[in-house]
Design a protein around this ligand. Structure first.
Ligand SMILES: [Zn+2]
Length: 331
C-alpha cells in the first residue's frame, strides 16, 4: 500500500467539516461520490479526508499525526484503508487509462474481510470515471449490499461518465472552485505577480491549481508565440508544417489546451456572444457552428498520446480547417 501525503486546499474546508460532523453524529453514509471540477490531483485530499475520519484526536481540520491510525496511514501500512487508482504498466511504465477489473475485484475482496482495527474501513477509487463498464458492474453489488463499518469513496473529475446505477447509490458531495477573491489570494500566496493572476485565472477557467500549473509551464509565452505565428500562417507567410513543428515542441497537454482555447475564443467571436454572454449584433451563425464542430473534432483528433507523425498530421488538419473557416473558403 502506498504512503500518503495528506493535504487540502482552503476552499475544501466545508467538505471536510461536513465529513467530520457526519462522523461525530454517526451518520456517515456507506458510499460517497466526491465530484471535483478542478484539475487538481485529489490523492492528497483523499488521504487527508481519510485520516480525519480515522484519527482519534482531530483538532480543527487536522489529524493528530500521532495516534495509531495516523502513524500507520502516514507510513502506508493501515490495513483498513485502500486506494485504487491508475497503475503504471510494468513493462512500458505508462500509466494505464483505465482502472482494471482485477483492481476492483481486489478492493471488493478487501472490503469483505474482517476489520483489522476497531475503526472505519475506507476504500477509495480515484479517478472513478476511469472504471470501465465491467469494473463498474462489479462494484455495483458491493454498493447494493454494503458491509457494516465500511466507507466507499468514489472520487471523480467527471461525474457524467459514471453509470447512473453507481451514482444513485452514493451520497453526492462536490468540491467546487474557490470564488475569485479566494483564488486571487491563494495565487498571490503562491508567489504570483499581480498582473499574472487575472491572465492565468482566465486561461485556467477560474481554477487556481491549473493556473499555477500553467504558469509553471510558461503558458503565456506559448499563447504569445502562437498569436504571432498563427497570424503569419493566416497571411500565408508561414507554412502549416512550419507552424506545427514549432507547436509540437510544447508539452502535449499545453498544446491541446491552446488549440481548444483558440477555437473557443473564435467561437465566441463569431457567435456574436462574448465570454460574458453579451450579444453583439451581426453574429454569423454558420461560421460559429463550423467553429464549434471543429473544436469538437480537434478534441478528438488531438487525443493521440505521443508527439509523432500522426499527431502532426492531425494538428495540421485542424489548423488548415481553422484557416479555411476564418478566411471564408468554406469546407
Ligand atoms: Zn491521529
Amino acid at each position: 500500500m502506498q504512503s500518503i501525503d495528506p493535504h487540502f486546499l482552503p476552499w475544501q474546508t466545508d467538505l471536510l467539516k461536513r465529513a467530520l460532523e457526519l462522523k461525530a453524529s454517526h451518520h456517515l453514509p456507506h458510499a460517497v461520490m466526491i465530484d471535483s471540477n478542478s484539475s487538481q490531483d485529489m490523492t492528497s485530499f483523499i488521504g487527508h479526508l481519510s485520516m480525519l475520519l480515522l484519527c482519534d484526536a482531530v483538532t480543527e481540520l487536522s489529524p493528530c499525526g500521532q495516534c495509531d491510525a495516523c502513524r500507520m496511514m502516514l507510513a502506508g501500512t493501515y490495513a483498513d484503508f485502500s486506494l485504487v487508482s491508475l497503475e503504471a504498466d510494468e513493462k512500458t511504465q505508462k500509466i494505464s487509462k483505465n482502472i482494471k477489473i482485477e483492481q476492483i475485484r481486489n478492493l471488493i475482496h478487501e472490503v469483505s474481510l474482517t476489520h483489522q482495527y476497531q475503526r472505519l474501513k475506507i476504500a477509495a477509487i480515484y479517478p472513478a470515471e476511469a472504471m470501465n463498464r465491467a469494473s463498474a458492474n462489479a462494484l455495483l453489488k458491493t454498493l447494493e449490499e454494503p458491509a457494516p463499518g465500511v466507507l466507499l469513496l468514489l472520487v471523480t473529475h467527471n461525474r457524467g461518465r459514471i453509470p447512473i446505477t453507481l451514482r444513485s447509490r452514493c451520497q453526492s458531495w462536490s468540491v467546487g472552485l474557490p470564488g475569485q477573491a479566494q483564488a486571487r489570494e491563494w495565487l498571490a500566496n503562491e508567489g504570483f505577480e499581480a498582473q499574472d493572476i487575472e491572465r492565468y485565472l482566465d486561461y485556467a477557467g477560474g481554477d487556481p491549481v491549473l493556473a499555477l500549473e500553467l504558469e509553471q509551464n510558461d503558458y503565456a509565452s506559448l499563447v504569445k508565440q502562437f498569436k504571432t505565428r498563427f497570424g503569419q500562417f493566416l497571411r500565408g507567410d508561414l507554412s502549416v508544417t512550419g507552424l506545427c513543428q514549432e507547436l509540437l515542441a510544447y508539452e502535449l497537454s499545453l498544446l491541446r489546451r491552446l488549440v481548444n482555447m483558440t477555437l473557443t475564443a473564435y467561437c465566441y467571436q463569431s457567435s456574436g456572444i462574448d465570454a460574458d454572454a453579451n450579444p453583439h449584433p451581426g453574429g454569423e451563425k454558420s461560421r460559429a457552428q463550423q467553429l464549434l464542430d471543429l473544436r469538437q473534432r480537434a478534441q478528438n483528433q488531438l487525443r493521440i498520446e505521443e508527439n509523432n507523425l500522426d499527431l502532426q498530421l492531425q494538428l495540421e488538419d485542424v489548423l488548415i480547417s481553422l484557416k479555411q473557416i476564418l478566411t471564408r473558403r468554406l469546407i
